[in-house]
Design a protein around this ligand. Structure first.
Ligand code: DP6
Length: 385
């Protein structure tokens, strides 16, 4: 039996959204996208993998439930890992023939638009790469699990190049800057709903690609310039520019969802209330201090610099009161400053509690890492603990 390898992998939240594929099987996108990778100490997927001649079949357990390994995307990842191991001659044929056990869990809600599949597949592929001793870039393999997963293979700020080749070999993620480049970049995730999303991203982008006219416009006229500009903003640590592009791109992505036929709505009234809050807040300060972005769900991800966190958090708590104020903010430690009274006057307190269920405070972090404290999810014989 092989050693048990356990890895953690991060969530990433895009600031230039990936939406639309040029090849569904190979998961090749129609546009480049850009994201920040978030700290695994706050949110992560954790995966243990081992191979053994004693296993009768490939088996996987996800969040405590045995799932089928026949899932096409999972099969594609495993197959490509083995192809790569063969090309790199990193393990022998006998080792390649052994069956595999995988046990994985997320420490945050699955399928709530919180990029859980990205962290999950990045973790699976990174752990497999370690077991099969693969040295080359594995972002193109993680991509086969879920497109956005390729960006979670690296830390810091990451660009997924759509590539032009038919075989997808140039559709890879590349790090723009590591986490130490802009350590002040924090994120607040406002969890509005943690139930499973209505329409999966895969299905949603298929509908948009086929039916939205605005979609074609976005790909041709907006994304290329925005991508270059936001990469520049990241390298120059220009938050105002970063924030403006982030918000505009999120808004355009959701406009495309509405322009799809039938229309797709991922955001809800609470999401819109959050957008209103951020614009009022930025207007009050005369410049962009906080930027929102929404994926395929109603939860908001706010990007902001560290010194802004104690200023906006009490305002969020004021507008979205919680019945559990002590546990409302999780993740990194936080403190709150007094809310500026002039600012407070702009906002009415909501009388309905728990519209925002909780807030996750996190920051930009590293890519996947091996867990070395022995806290595996598989026992010594390779079965779930
Ligand atoms: C809105 O990566 O989940 O989060 O490739 O079909 O698995 P598939 O889709 P997925 O799409 C993510 C879409 C998004 C935007 C983004 O993360 O760039």
């Amino acid at each position: 039996m092989s050693d048990i390898i356990t890895m953690v992998a991060p969530v990433n939240i895009a600031v230039i959204k990936y939406w639309g594929k040029r090849n569904e099987e190979l998961i090749l996108p129609l546009n480049d996208s850009v994201s920040a990778t978030l700290d695994t100490n706050v949110m992560c997927a954790k995966t243990s993998v081992c191979v053994s001649p004693n296993f009768l079949e490939d088996e996987i357990w996800l969040n405590g439930v045995k799932e089928s390994f026949s899932n096409e995307r999972m099969q594609n990842c495993l197959r490509e890992i083995k192809v790569r191991a063969t090309v790199e001659k990193s393990v022998d044929d006998v080792f390649l023939s052994w069956k595999i056990h995988v046990c994985s869990e997320n420490n945050f809600p699955t399928a709530a638009g919180l990029a859980s599949s990205a962290a999950g597949y990045a973790c699976l592929v990174s752990a497999l790469a370690k077991v099969y001793k693969i040295k080359s870039d594995v972002s193109s393999i993680a991509r086969l699990g879920s497109g956005s997963a390729c960006r979670s293979v690296y830390g810091g700020f990451v660009r997924w190049h759509s590539g032009v080749k038919i075989d997808g070999s140039d559709s890879i993620a590349v790090q723009i800057a590591d986490k130490s480049h802009w350590p002040e970049m924090h994120a607040l995730i406002l969890v509005v709903g943690d139930t499973k999303k209505k329409i999966s991203s895969t299905k949603g982008m298929r509908i948009s690609t086929k039916t939205s006219d605005l979609f074609q416009y976005r790909i041709q006229n907006c994304v290329p310039k925005r991508t270059e500009d936001i990469c520049e903003a990241i390298l120059a640590k220009d938050f105002v520019k970063f924030g403006e592009i982030t918000m505009k791109d999120s808004n355009q992505f959701h406009a495309i969802c509405l322009d799809s036929y039938p229309p797709i709505t991922y955001m809800n009234d609470i999401s819109n209330k959050i957008i209103e809050l951020i614009h009022k807040y930025n207007n009050f300060h005369g410049e962009i201090k906080v930027a929102y972005t929404f994926d395929a769900g109603p939860n908001a991800c706010l990007y902001l610099l560290q010194n802004e966190v104690p200023k906006i958090l009490p305002l969020i708590q004021h507008i979205f009161p919680s019945s559990n104020p002590d546990t409302f903010v999780t993740g990194l430690p936080t403190h709150c400053e007094m809310i500026n009274t002039n600012l407070l006057e702009l906002f009415a307190q909501s009388n309905q509690k728990d519209l925002v269920k909780y807030v996750i405070h996190t920051k930009v972090g590293d890519g996947p890492a091996e867990v070395t404290d022995g806290s595996h999810l598989l026992d010594e014989s390779g079965w779930p603990i």
